[in-house]
Ligand binder design. Sequence first.
Ligand code: NAG
Length: 119
Amino acid sequence: MQFNVAFAVFAMIASALAAPIGTELSERAAEVDGTLYVCTDNNWGGACTNLGFFNNQCSNMPSGYNDDISSFGPSAGWECTTYTDINCSGATYSGHQPGFATLPSGINDAISSFRCEPT
Ligand SMILES: *[C@@H]1O[C@H](CO)[C@@H](O)[C@H](O)[C@H]1NC(C)=O
């Protein structure tokens, strides 16, 4: 019985600690250095989303956008390089604001990851 009480106290402390730590992590995850606006059709058409990124950190495209991007534009002050393979490898295509309303053959519908640096 004593063991069960000790465990219950431990569980209470653990859950009390876990809540603020979890909140802090999700708030930190929401902070990004910049965003890359991507769309599945030419001229910012189709499905579009703002992908947050951290300086010089490779990000793979989320499902729904992988191998489906036809226009993209980085937020102001960033130069983004897109890659046709995951983990920032393969053929590259780079640009800054306003980005590209269309993409060349070989890049269009082929982007799988990206990495951005300050301009
Ligand atoms: C991509 O990177 C992850 C994490 O480092 C690794 O586990 C995975 O094998 C890599 N995949 C390819 C295809 O490079």
